[in-house]
Design a protein around this ligand. Structure first.
Ligand SMILES: O=C(O)C(=O)C[C@H](O)C(=O)CO
Ligand SMILES: [Zn+2]
Length: 276
């Protein structure tokens, strides 16, 4: 399991491009028949990718978190961004179509990821946070969440935000997760930019066509930096950092948060003209 330490904003300002990427960018999440995990010490969120192709893949415990099984002290939210698949939780199977979401609470012991076909494998993206009580396992199909329209075509930021694991949706201890889909022709996400000192956030960008790139903005609003990202990469946003971006094409992203509160609307927004 890859590990990322918490970074002070003053330190981040001194980082070279390479250091910024090493500390905040998460690459190579979907390796065939493997579990790839990244443990951030910001709110102890774990981000991962599981890509079963030829075999079933089990999410096990780890010495890094000193747990015999992964959900011993944790909860997890999972999205499938690939072909049709299944997740078996202690023997009970959940069908996972493209973009479906599954929440698994504290205490489940065996979590197995399966693709329906090696020709069109599933790709499971996950976020996990420490949990203090068990909430029921819940599956939600993508089409059952109508989503909220945001932004404007004229500003190239028209998008639909779907909240899956949140205060008024699937219940959890602290995980909050959903998906934002940019309309064709729109390229800017999370406008105006915001921070939330109370929660870490992670974005997984996907459905970015081959050859296109995304400029992810980060840092304190008074001194921003950018990371150039490719399809199916994730980026950690420490609580002090803005997180927004523009790509050379439209795309979709999954956002995952954990921390002090659970309120999606709790964002400190910055007027664009005050950013540097
Ligand atoms: O496009 C957006 O706006 C978002 O998706 C915002 C994220 O959901 C977010 O940053 C929540 O704090
Ligand atoms: Zn945010």
């Amino acid at each position: 399991m890859d590990k990322r330490y918490s970074i002070h904003p003053t330190q981040a300002k001194q980082f070279s491009t390479e250091e910024l990427r090493k500390n905040f960018l998460i690459e190579n999440l979907f390796m065939p028949d493997e579990v790839s995990l990244c443990y951030s010490l910001d709110d102890r969120i774990i981000i991962g990718g599981v890509a079963p192709v030829e075999t079933e893949v089990i999410l096990g415990g780890s010495d890094v978190i000193k747990s015999d099984y992964f959900l011993e002290r944790r909860e997890i939210g999972i999205f499938n961004i690939g072909g049709p698949g299944k997740i078996a939780v202690d023997g009970k199977e959940f069908l996972m179509a493209n973009r479906d979401c599954l929440y698994i609470g504290l205490g489940s012991r065996e979590v197995t990821f399966i693709s329906e076909s090696a020709a069109e494998p599933a790709k499971f993206y996950l976020a996990s946070a420490p949990a203090h009580k068990e909430y029921p396992i819940q599956h939600v199909a993508f089409e059952d969440i109508p989503g909220d329209e945001m932004g404007e075509t004229e500003k190239a930021n028209k998008r639909k935000i779907r909240r899956m694991i949140h205060q008024n949706g699937i219940q959890s201890c602290q995980l909050c997760m959903g998906m934002t889909e940019l309309e064709t022709g729109s390229v800017w996400n999370s406008m105006p930019p915001h921070v939330h000192d109370r929660r870490v956030e992670v974005y997984l960008y996907f459905d970015l066509p081959k050859g296109e790139i995304l400029f992810h903005m980060m840092g304190e609003p008074s001194e921003t930096r950018h990371l150039i990202m490719q399809n199916e990469q994730a980026v950690l946003s420490p609580p002090w950092s803005i997180h927004c971006g523009a790509a050379t094409s439209s795309y979709t992203f999954i956002w995952a948060m954990a921390g002090e509160n659970y309120t999606y609307e709790d964002m400190d927004k910055f007027p664009l003209t005050e950013m540097k």
